[in-house]
Design a protein around this ligand. Structure first.
Ligand SMILES: *[C@@H]1O[C@H](CO)[C@@H](O)[C@H](O)[C@H]1NC(C)=O
Ligand SMILES: *[C@@H]1O[C@H](CO)[C@@H](O)[C@H](O)[C@H]1NC(C)=O
Ligand SMILES: *[C@@H]1O[C@H](CO)[C@@H](O)[C@H](O)[C@H]1NC(C)=O
Ligand SMILES: *[C@@H]1O[C@H](CO)[C@@H](O)[C@H](O)[C@H]1NC(C)=O
Ligand SMILES: *[C@@H]1O[C@H](CO)[C@@H](O)[C@H](O)[C@H]1NC(C)=O
Ligand SMILES: *[C@@H]1O[C@H](CO)[C@@H](O)[C@H](O)[C@H]1NC(C)=O
Ligand SMILES: *[C@@H]1O[C@H](CO)[C@@H](O)[C@H](O)[C@H]1NC(C)=O
Length: 410
């Protein structure tokens, strides 16, 4: 085994390696053939976000092959070419692309004609000198492919939601959350008939909830418009969102009464309307929602009698928040039949009468608020001290707030 016998094979190997390297680097990579136009569009698009110092062709000569860019994915199409299908910008992984202070949307974005998913996370930071808006034009160029569009936590992203997003007819996810978007919600979003997930929470959106959303988005599963400045009454068309599982409109300025059609949302598991100015009859509007697990209506001016609810039909409730709703009447025994209930807030209403003894026997209840009413009863009527040695709360109840109850400690 001398050197002589090794050398020829080593030379061969080196030759082979060089050949491969040359093929890969010279012909745009035999493993990941790309149109030059596509590649340049990708580089320029990323430069828009991360800055011109970033030289894509130098750092990532084969972006769909052996030099992948973190956050960028490609797919092979029938013509034998690779195209960019997923772009995620922002500090998601340690080595993710980070945005520059003067980050902006490059028009080259719209040249990536096979893009399925675009997400921009924590990229545009809040600063007065570089307000960024969502491009108003050219979204139609992505309409045949784009399914997922997410802009999250970009406090420097202001201006309005462009009506042109309504042309993205294949969109399934539209998440524009915790940015600084303002103005109204464009009715054109009601054209996104395949949308499953619509989240516009945590912006400064104003105006009314457009009726078009309820009228057309029959596949919608999640709708979250919470923490904006939305006003006015809810459109009755919302009752058309028959697939809906979660509806969160909390922390807005919505007023008027709930449309009766809301009761058509039979698959709804979460309804959060907290912190609005809703009023009027609501029992009938919620009647059909037998799947509800979370019903949170607190801090509204609904009024009405708590007994009017057919609580027995809400057997899957785990979380019931009815505090500060101007409710009158007595706590009905039927509430104590809600076997899965873990959280119950009835505080700051005008409830009267006795606290039902069976509250203490609810198997899952761990949090109970009943203060701020005109209730009578005593903690021992809740059998609060009958179960444990020296415990003054029943098994499971970890928090009780009943300042105007007559407390009797045994
Ligand atoms: C990137 O680097 C190459 C040479 O390595 C140069 O030719 C090209 O102009 C650079 N591109 C940009 C956008 O700076
Ligand atoms: C839309 O695309 C055209 C070219 O196709 C370009 O001139 C224009 O600047 C683009 N507008 C925006 C807002 O990106
Ligand atoms: C409601 O849920 C049931 C069971 O998951 C499902 O079969 C039904 O299709 C859903 N209804 C709608 C309108 O999506
Ligand atoms: C709801 O608020 C608007 C102002 O934002 C007001 O004009 C309207 O009368 C209110 N409607 C109800 C039913 O309170
Ligand atoms: C309540 O939950 C159970 C178990 O998850 C489910 O089988 C049942 O369909 C639910 N009831 C309603 C009315 O949604
Ligand atoms: C009670 O709800 C009203 C809206 O109906 C709100 O203005 C008020 O701040 C709430 N009170 C508390 C203590 O949260
Ligand atoms: C509280 O209820 C009692 C009857 O249980 C009633 O006599 C009293 O007037 C009520 N107080 C208020 C402030 O409503």
């Amino acid at each position: 085994m001398s050197r002589r016998s090794i050398a020829p094979s080593a030379v061969l190997f080196l030759l082979f390696f060089l050949l491969c390297f040359q093929v890969l680097s010279q012909t745009d990579g035999s493993a990941a053939l790309m149109e030059e136009k596509e590649k340049q569009a990708l580089y320029s698009m990323i430069q828009g976000f991360v800055g011109t110092w970033w030289n894509g062709s130098q750092l990532y000569p084969d972006p769909c092959g052996w030099t992948p860019i973190q956050g960028v994915s490609c797919d092979l199409f029938a013509n034998g070419m690779w195209y960019v299908t997923v772009v995620s910008i922002g500090p998601i992984f340690d080595n993710s692309l980070e945005c520059a202070k003067d980050a902006e949307f490059s028009t080259h974005l719209f040249e990536l004609g096979h893009l399925r998913s675009l997400s921009i996370f924590n990229c545009f930071s809040a600063s007065d000198d570089n307000p960024v808006t969502i491009p108003a034009q050219n979204w139609s160029k992505l309409s045949s492919t784009l399914e997922n569009l997410e802009f999250r936590l970009n406090r420097g992203l202001s201006g309005e939601i462009p009506a042109g997003l309504g042309g993205l007819v294949n969109l399934q996810t539209l998440v524009l959350t915790d940015n600084s978007l303002g103005e109204g919600i464009p009715w054109e979003l009601g054209m996104l008939v395949h949308l499953k997930w619509l989240t516009l929470s945590g912006n400064q959106l104003s105006g009314q909830v457009p009726a078009s959303i309820g009228a057309n988005l029959a596949e919608l599963l999640i709708m979250d418009l919470s923490s904006n400045h939305l006003i006015g009454t809810l459109p009755s068309s919302l009752g058309g969102l028959s697939s809906l599982l979660k509806l969160d409109l909390s922390n807005n300025l919505l007023n008027g009464s709930l449309p009766r059609e809301l009761g058509n949302l039979k698959n709804l598991t979460l309804l959060d309307l907290r912190n609005n100015q809703l009023s009027g009859e609501f029992v009938r509007s919620l009647r059909g929602m037998a799947s509800l697990q979370v019903m949170a209506l607190s801090n509204n001016a609904f009024g009405g009698k708590i007994e009017d609810f057919d609580w027995k039909s809400f057997g899957n409730l785990t979380h019931l928040d009815l505090s500060n709703m101007s409710l009158v009447g007595e706590i009905p025994d039927s509430i104590t039949q809600l076997k899965n209930l873990r959280f119950l807030a009835l505080d700051n209403n005008q409830l009267s009468g006795f606290v039902p003894a069976r509250l203490a026997a609810m198997p899952c209840l761990s949090t109970l608020y009943i203060n701020g009413n005109n209730l009578s009863g005593s903690l021992d009527s809740l059998r609060l001290s009958t179960r444990g040695q020296g415990r003054d709360l029943p098994l499971g109840i970890t928090q009780i707030s009943a300042t105007n109850l007559v407390v009797k400690v045994q």
